[in-house]
Design a protein around this ligand. Structure first.
Ligand code: ADP
Ligand code: G6P
Length: 471
């Protein structure tokens, strides 16, 4: 291998996806999701490589440079996309790790594909990591990589971070192959989670299913020890501030308000179209508030951005149908000619347009049923006006830090409606005070600081006895 790196990141997705246009022309576009938003900001300006899938089936493109980052694509076949990515990762692990909001599907053949693809990622990392390098593995798609990589390269320092929740033992218990996952993760030197509760769930599962000694947050494997602790992720505060403070984005924010007819309040939801995000609950609450005449469709406008996601997985197709039906009903009942109550946008936008929407919105609705962190909440806090208001689900990891938000339980539609109205009616000084405290909190822990904290914990992990590369 001609290149070796002292720092390697492995995530299912590369920060960019390869797309083929209608005329067969190939291009690249930014990949969706919070992991990419966070790690893209961390990796820019840092020497290192990113190992991941380029988002399409078949042969992987050759390694290439993207704005200073070295990208090393890993190939996935059509069948592996169906079995490893859409199947085991997103139709088994994703629902189990998000409180079984939908019933997970368990298929033995999917587990085989998961194992094979994890092996490929481990090999790709082993091939490019320098002697004694740090390899940082990410998320639920790659939980077997730490152990597989340790077997290939015991000289490496291996970390893993979970961007999503880690489930309670009672739910984790459902997973066929649960021991294999725990053993896979324990190949790392340090395991990072969004919340202390997630780390605790992992440690309890280790105690229960592997019968290992756990003292505090440390698992004792005899020859080595593995720590599992919370390192809550954040956003690129400075980068985003620079974008939102630009004249063009501020002008665009004003234009958005004008285009909506200068309403009294703009409410905003921004999510991947995912059943974990509570979009249906939010729309129900909004529709009922209009029907109750507590909100007025000529004065209160909702923009709902729903980014296309995992579009071949049935639960996602069904959700899209349900959401679009509800959007149609709300607009049918409450819109008038030239004035829609609810603007629904099912596509991706660039960072400037997203920042302009955040800046324009008076009230942000973040109502997931379960979410590892939810970066959108932190992005809104960074971009909104001084008297913006955040309605935030207690079930988002962000609620631990952003306790000055208007917290809600999205399952309780009456309670959710009440919190939305509280945010709508709150006096400006109250909103300002709450936003001010949340803003300081977010700016104290940027994504760059998060990476620093994570890597410091990884570096502080006890050294493994063997530092020899396997031949
Ligand atoms: P998740 O990782 O589950 O998608 P997060 O809220 O943590 O949820 O992160 C979502 C990220 O994707 C945020 O950075 C957000 O700004 C971005 N995003 C969401 N929707 C869009 C969209 N339609 N276009 C561009 N970026 C989007
Ligand atoms: C979440 C997950 C990421 C994933 C992203 C987008 O943020 O934690 O691992 O990349 O969603 O989902 P996708 O399936 O499109 O990669």
């Amino acid at each position: 291998m001609s290149h070796t790196y002292d720092f390697v990141v492995a995530a299912n997705r590369l920060p960019v996806d390869r797309v083929t246009g209608e005329e067969g022309n190939e291009g690249w576009r930014r990949s969706p999701g919070g992991l990419v938003t966070a790690m893209d900001a961390v990796m820019r300006g840092r020497d290192g490589a990113w190992v991941g899938w380029a988002g399409d089936p078949g042969e992987a493109p050759a390694p290439f440079d993207d704005a200073g980052m070295q990208l090393h694509p890993v190939p996935l076949s059509e069948q592996e996309i169906a079995d490893y990515y859409e199947g085991h990762s997103n139709d088994t692990l994703w629902p189990v790790y998000h409180d079984v909001i939908i019933t997970p599907t368990f298929k033995r053949s999917w587990r085989g594909a998961y194992r094979a693809v994890n092996k490929r990622f481990a090999q790709a990392c082993a091939d490019i990591a320098a002697e004694g390098a740090t390899v940082w593995v990410h998320d639920y798609q790659l939980q077997l990589v730490p152990q597989m990589l340790r077997e290939l390269r015991p000289d490496l320092r291996i970390g893993w971070f979970n961007h999503i929740p880690f489930p309670a033992v009672e739910l984790f218990a459902q997973l066929p192959g649960r021991e294999e996952i725990l053993e896979g993760l324990l190949g790392a030197d340090f395991l990072g989670f969004q919340r202390t509760e997630d780390a605790g769930n992992f440690l309890r599962a280790v105690r229960q299913y592997l019968d290992l000694d756990v003292t505090g947050d440390v698992v004792d494997l005899g020859e080595r020890q593995v720590r599992a602790a919370a390192v809550p992720i954040s956003i690129d505060v400075e980068g985003l501030r620079e974008i939102v403070e630009s004249d063009s984005v501020q002008a665009r924010a004003r234009e958005i308000r004008e285009q909506l007819g200068n309403p009294e309040k703009i409410l905003l939801g921004v999510d991947r179209l995912d059943y974990t995000k509570g979009i249906r609950h939010r729309l129900k609450a909004f529709g009922e508030l209009l029907a109750d005449e507590r909100l007025d469709p000529s004065k209160h406008k909702l923009i709902q951005v729903a980014t296309p996601s995992r579009e071949r997985v049935k639960a996602y197709m069904d959700l899209r149908d349900q959401i679009e039906l509800t959007v149609g009903r709300i607009n049918g009942d409450f819109s008038s000619i030239g004035a829609t109550a609810l603007t629904y946008l099912h596509r991706s936008f660039d960072r400037e347009e997203m920042a302009a929407m955040f800046a324009a919105a008076d009230i942000m609705l973040v109502t997931p049923l379960r979410d590892g962190m939810n970066l959108v909440a932190k992005e809104y806090v960074t971009c909104c006006a001084d008297d913006g208001a955040l309605v935030l689900s207690e079930f988002a990891g962000a609620a631990t830090e952003l306790s000055d938000a208007y917290l809600c339980n999205p399952h309780d539609i009456a309670g959710l409606k009440q919190q939305i109205m509280k945010a709508v009616d709150a006096p400006a000084p109250q909103r300002r005070q709450r936003m001010d405290s949340m803003r300081s909190l977010v700016s104290e822990n940027s994504v760059q600081q998060w990476a620093k904290n994570y890597l410091a914990s990884l570096a502080a992990a006890p050294k493994a006895p063997s530092t020899q590369a396997a031949s």
